[in-house]
Design a protein around this ligand. Structure first.
Ligand SMILES: Nc1ncnc2c1ncn2[C@@H]1O[C@H](COP(=O)(O)OP(=O)(O)OP(=O)(O)O)[C@@H](O)[C@H]1O
Ligand SMILES: [Mg+2]
Length: 386
């Protein structure tokens, strides 16, 4: 067991000597002859208990103990007092500045018991505090382990779901490609029957459909194969591209009583895969339509920052709650029940990141959301077009 250190403070040297010879067999006893000296001693040594006389010139025992409480709160404080100072001492005890008082004249047996009990009390309090600290630390470690376990479990569930969907989608893609064989020939037929204007026009529409479907299949292929989607890069006028998207989505939006506005832009060349970027913007606009009430407004904006073009889809709909701001990017996360697959934003992110860009969401719940797409003007290699 560690030996406790006791500081005795009294202006009467006799009392100090009596106290020292009474306690020094069991404890290390330090002494001081004034409040000031007592405070200096406290700063120098590791003291477990202070016993102070109340009546001392300059600084009373209680005054010194109050100062000591601020410096070293867990040091136990005892005051020796005569009846005359009773009220001040009782007040100090009630305020927690002093652990207990001993009336003078005290006898050695009583003093030994008081000191032992006080130190036992202090050790018990300290042990309880240490236990609490240990418990809190263990609690924090448990919480951390729980969060890690939960994340691992979520990842497992997600990858199991992905594997199941991947298998299913693989079969579907294969079958679709078989069925689309004729549609895929549309471009060839168009070349062959170029002289028939009506047929050419018809074949061109079918060819457009072919591009959309092939692109869609390619987009979902990364769920099946785990590969990044292949990009077909060319220098594209973003103005024309966004105008196409607005034209494509406006009639559906109109039918749902939503309006889509495009900020006035002007031509701007960006190296990108136009079909993929169109799908990103279409997905974002569809989400915005679904998040807004009737009469909702969606704005497709554009600006250039450094060597990047920023495309923004903003709406005045329900917005995204702070706890969902990260989750919306997870595959299969949806708040739309059976109406949503929860794949739109994951796909958008994969297309945009494939271009060497980034996509983010900001929102004030209840007021709307803005999805921001950053694309390097020069495409994945980040060399801006001349
Ligand atoms: N503009 C928006 N405003 C508010 N919430 C949005 C917005 N866009 C996306 N979200 C939230 O993000 C979730 C995920 O969107 P995501 O497009 O990935 O899937 P989805 O729209 O639910 O289904 P789908 O696969 O058919 O697109 C949505 O369910 C919705 O909660
Ligand atoms: Mg969606």
């Amino acid at each position: 067991m560690t030996r406790h250190t006791i500081l005795v403070v009294d202006d009467e040297v006799n009392t100090l000597q009596v106290m020292k010879s009474l306690l020094e067999d069991e404890y290390t006893v330090l002494t001081a002859e004034s409040g000031q000296e007592g405070l200096e001693r406290l700063a120098q040594a590791d003291i477990d208990m202070v016993i102070a006389d109340q009546r001392m010139p300059g600084m009373s025992g209680v005054e010194m103990l109050v100062a000591m409480k601020r410096l070293k709160p867990d040091c136990i404080r005892i005051v020796l007092t005569a009846y005359a100072d009773f009220d001040a001492v009782v007040l100090a005890c009630n305020q927690g500045d002093v652990y207990r008082f001993v009336l003078k004249p005290w006898n050695p047996d009583e003093m030994e018991i008081v000191v032992r009990q006080a130190l036992e009390h202090r050790d018990a309090v300290r042990a309880r505090e240490e236990l609490l600290v240990r418990l809190e630390r263990q609690n924090r470690e448990l919480e951390k382990a729980w969060a890690e376990l939960k994340e691992a479990q979520d990842t497992m569930v997600r990858s199991e779901k992905l594997a199941a969907v991947g298998k299913l989608a693989g079969g579907m893609l294969h079958e679709l490609k078989n069925q689309l064989f004729l549609v895929m020939m549309a471009d060839d037929f168009k070349k062959r029957y170029w002289y028939d204007e009506e047929l050419s026009h018809f074949l061109e529409s079918i060819g457009g459909l072919n591009h959309i479907v092939t692109d869609m299949l390619d987009g979902y292929r990364h769920y099946v194969s785990g590969r990044r989607p292949t990009l077909i890069l060319a220098e594209e006028d973003i103005e024309k591209l966004t105008a196409d998207v607005v034209a494509l989505t406006s009639s559906a939006a109109y039918a749902l009583n939503r309006t889509i506005e495009q900020s006035v832009l002007g031509p701007l060349l960006v190296v990108c895969d136009r079909h993929k970027i169109k799908r990103v913007l279409t997905n974002l606009i569809r989400n915005a339509c679904e998040a807004t009430p009737e009469g909702g407004k969606i704005v497709l904006g554009r600006r250039v920052e450094g060597d990047e073009v920023i495309l923004e889809v903003s709406d005045n709909g329900s917005g995204v709650s702070p706890e969902n701001q990260q989750r919306v990017w997870e595959p299969f996360f949806t708040t739309k029940g059976d109406a949503g697959l929860g794949l739109g934003l994951d796909l958008c992110r994969s297309f945009v990141e494939g271009h060497g860009g980034g996509i983010s969401c900001s929102s004030v719940p209840g007021e709307g959301a803005t999805f921001t797409v950053r694309l390097p003007l020069g495409g994945p290699g980040r060399i801006p077009p001349a």
